[in-house]
Design a protein around this ligand. Structure first.
Ligand code: GLY
Ligand code: MN
Ligand code: MN
Length: 276
């Protein structure tokens, strides 16, 4: 019962959520600017956390995931201690808690500031799924987060069928094999907690003032001989914090942090921190 009440936020709560997301976005910019070959996952994690704390966050929302190279394929990677290498991707999933409300953002970027073709191919499929899900979420009395999850499976399976030999989207979905590459759901409610109000079913049609994440991803294990060699060890997730506003439109609160691959690469190439 209290979960149902907590599910729909007041306008004041949405303002607090936006503050938390804005701070996380600023902290991600620091993370992007810290990442370069020779720095470590720990450097990136620490700069993000420092920016959150300096901005007033009470704590992180959850342990940050800062996975470079094949570490990006481990959904709950927390080792966060490898040296960053040119040619690898960095996947960072991190959020903060500010005045009782959390943020939960993921971005994936090339450490060198330049995508390889295989990385860009995978990223483009995940971005297509992310954008399609954002467009499809709406308040119409029917559409639910479960529908958006099904849509993400469709778009990702169609993309996988182009990336992998000898398969089709239909075969990947029917066999459930898509889940080897997309082993999590498209999102969850968030607010006072990262995985907020879990007793509100994802099949519940969206209502105004509910906050949820959209976070499709694709992960290709470095050991999976079923996938082309150039895909092995690539992991990509794009996660935005969203809300259905008072007009029924879906707004990505974290949209200030780029998802466009050129803008992501440009941000990854920028720097604020140089070792002495
Ligand atoms: N960072 C936890 C999640 O995205 O669900
Ligand atoms: Mn999430
Ligand atoms: Mn996350």
């Amino acid at each position: 019962m209290s979960h149902r009440l907590r599910w729909r936020k007041s306008d004041a709560e949405l303002a607090l959520i936006k503050n938390s997301v804005d701070l996380d976005v600023q902290a991600f910019v620091k993370a992007f600017q810290t990442s370069r070959a020779g720095a470590t996952e720990a450097d990136v994690m620490a700069q993000h956390e420092a920016a959150c704390r300096i901005g007033g966050a009470d704590r992180l929302a959850y342990p940050s995931v800062v996975g470079s190279g094949a570490g990006a394929c481990v959904v709950h990677y927390h080792q966060n201690d490898k040296m960053l290498e040119d040619g690898d991707l960095l996947l960072m999933d991190a959020g903060c808690e500010l005045n009782g409300y959390v943020s939960d953002i993921t971005r994936t970027w090339p450490i060198s500031g330049r995508w390889t073709q295989a990385q860009l191919d995978v990223y483009s499929v995940v971005l297509e799924a992310h954008d399609a899900c954002l467009r499809a979420a709406r308040v119409d009395g029917e559409t639910s987060l479960m529908d958006i999850h099904r849509l993400s499976i469709d778009v990702l399976a169609n993309g996988l069928a182009k990336l992998l030999p000898n398969t089709s989207a239909r075969a990947l979905i029917r066999s459930g094999e898509y889940a080897k590459y997309y082993p999590h759901s498209v999102g969850h409610w968030f607010g006072a907690d990262t995985h907020d109000v879990p007793s509100v079913a994802v099949s519940t049609p969206f209502e105004r003032n509910v906050a949820f994440t959209i976070e499709p991803g694709l992960y290709f294990s470095p050991h999976d001989l079923d996938v082309p060699a150039d895909l092995r060890g690539i992991g990509v997730r794009i996660e935005d914090d969203c809300v259905v506003d008072a007009n029924g439109a879906v707004v990505a609160l974290s949209a200030a942090l780029p998802t466009d691959p050129d803008a992501v690469a440009a941000l990854a190439s920028s720097t604020f921190f140089r070792p002495v």
